[in-house]
Write a protein that binds this ligand. Structure first.
Ligand code: SF4
Ligand code: SF4
Length: 492
């Protein structure tokens, strides 16, 4: 095709090339990549996607700047993965390293929610919420801004280099790089105080890892959303393969109503619609498709269920005066029913959706219970082993322990401590002898205390004594315990 070819001819040529390349019957093992020029779609699904994209991007870029008061000794960043202090903050939730099972729970909840959504609505995640979709949409919008819609882009790419072509492409790549840098930059804000990171980053004082991750995320965003696009979904992402196991014939998918559309063919104004389908073979559904496929070929691995072909086809149906919904969210089961002249049937309550919803509910309940009953005190004891015990001049036996006390609250606490076991056991807290049996711990801190326990000779009646350390917060009454033993060296 020469640069002087008309836009419509270029469109037709490209559409037929794209369809041929993506047709399963002609696909080769190592097919050459066919450049896709998605046309701008207008309609309710496109609007939903714009709204979702705006929400997702705003959340990603702005969340690190939201503050959350946790008291003077804890970070006030609402969402923060604080490796330096071993904390994960998410608004009112503050997790310590030993509570990482909550993160595991969150990941399981996210996975089950994805399974449930897939069983109900097909690849709704891919079409609306996947970062690859969101950023690719954004990059395509930038491309469209500088290079025009589908036909203009196709014509320009086939035309020889000119000043006009050069400045448009250079501008596009500059904006892409800027977005990619903002994306990489926002990522590192989640790991240190965002305002500090911004200052340190631009004054060259940020940690080397910040610059490395910034560069990595910038590169991957630019590459995946700018240049690789549909290749990521088709070849790199495992989800299209996995999701087939999550769904069934009763899931709502973006579907071409073959019962309504066929036999397809061009239609002139005023011609009868009898003995033919509603599809006028305009290929607008293909033109808007970011994956370059033809939904009329049936369910395809490449289809991300973005629903843009629904908008395109509804627009055409409006123009030719036929009912909307030739391409629509529909179940495979119902398409068969339509072909048999039966009424559709929608069953959202099915064994797999009930299973996913039940497990999801149980895990959410466990997580909620765990968070609501989460204690702010933790206690661990490790007994000295070298030596196991010391025999004192009065005949008593002494063991040494290191107590690790964790105060997860935002208050300074002065904890009472005692031992439950043999009442003859005497306790001494090293370094705090004049303060009675109390353990002062700063807010949101872990402190270690050295403790000696001694058992007088008349109380020794075996090789060891089991007991429990008990610490309690006199203000709240909250307690934490840990079991241990005192070795006496006496024979069995
Ligand atoms: S947009 Fe609708 S009418 Fe046009 S080719 Fe696609 S399915 Fe047929
Ligand atoms: S076929 Fe339709 S739903 Fe599937 S990716 Fe293309 S435009 Fe999106």
């Amino acid at each position: 095709m020469t640069p002087s070819t008309s836009p419509q001819a270029a469109t037709d040529q490209h559409q037929s090339d794209a369809v041929a390349v993506n047709d399963a019957s002609t696909r080769e093992l190592y097919a050459k990549r066919q450049q896709i020029y998605p046309k701008r779609a207008k309609g309710k699904f496109r609007l939903i996607k714009w709204v979702f994209m705006a929400f997702a991007l705003a959340a990603y870029y702005l969340l690190p700047f939201i503050r959350w008061d946790r008291g003077p000794d804890a970070s006030n960043q609402a969402v923060l993965v604080d490796f330096a202090h071993q904390r994960f903050y998410f608004f009112f939730i503050e997790l310590w390293p030993q509570e990482l099972y909550f993160v595991t729970g969150l990941l399981i909840i996210a996975a089950l929610a994805l399974f449930l959504a897939t069983a109900l609505f097909g690849r709704v995640w891919c079409g609306y919420a996947c970062p690859q979709t969101v950023w690719t949409d954004l990059f395509i919008a930038v491309e469209r801004f500088f290079e025009g819609d589908r036909n203009k882009r196709m014509m320009r790419d086939k035309a020889p280099w000119s000043f006009d072509k050069a400045w448009r492409k250079i501008s596009k790549h500059i904006v892409w790089i800027f977005i990619a840098m903002a994306t990489g930059g926002a990522w590192i804000l989640y790991f240190h105080d965002a305002f500090d990171v911004v200052h340190n980053f631009f004054t060259g004082q940020a940690a080397l890892t910040s610059y490395i991750f910034f560069a990595m995320l910038t590169f991957t965003t630019y590459t995946l959303a700018g240049t690789m696009r549909e290749q990521v979904c088709t070849y790199m992402c495992p989800w299209p393969r996995i999701q087939a196991a999550m769904t069934d014939r009763e899931a709502l998918n973006v579907t071409y109503r073959v019962d309504r559309g066929e036999p397809r063919g061009p239609h002139k104004k005023g011609e009868s619609w009898d003995d033919r389908g509603d599809c006028i073979d305009c290929k607008q559904c293909v033109a808007v498709c970011p994956m370059g496929i033809d939904i009329r070929n049936g369910s395809q691995l490449e289809c991300i269920h973005c629903a843009l072909c629904i908008d395109a086809c509804d627009d055409i149906m409006d123009k030719v005066g036929r009912p909307r919904g030739l391409i629509t969210y529909e179940t495979d089961d119902n398409v068969d029913r339509f072909q048999r002249g039966e009424k559709p049937r929608y069953r959202f309550i099915r064994s797999r959706t009930v299973f996913y919803a039940s497990v999801l509910t149980v895990i959410c309940a466990i997580m909620a219970y765990g968070l609501m009953t989460r204690t702010t005190l933790e206690l661990n004891a490790s007994r000295d082993r070298n030596p196991n015990y010391v025999r004192l001049s009065d005949g008593s036996v002494r063991n040494g322990y290191t107590l690790k006390v964790i105060n997860k609250s935002a208050r300074y606490v002065n904890l009472d401590i005692h031992v439950e076991g043999d009442p003859a056991i005497e306790m001494r807290i090293i370094g705090h002898e004049g303060e009675g049996l109390s353990l002062p711990v700063e807010p949101d801190r872990t402190r270690n205390f050295k403790v000696f326990l001694a058992l007088p000779p008349e109380a020794i009646d075996g090789p060891s004594e089991s007991f429990t350390f008990v610490v309690s917060d006199p203000e709240t009454g909250e307690t934490a315990t840990t079991r241990s033993v005192l070795l006496t060296g006496a024979p069995r």
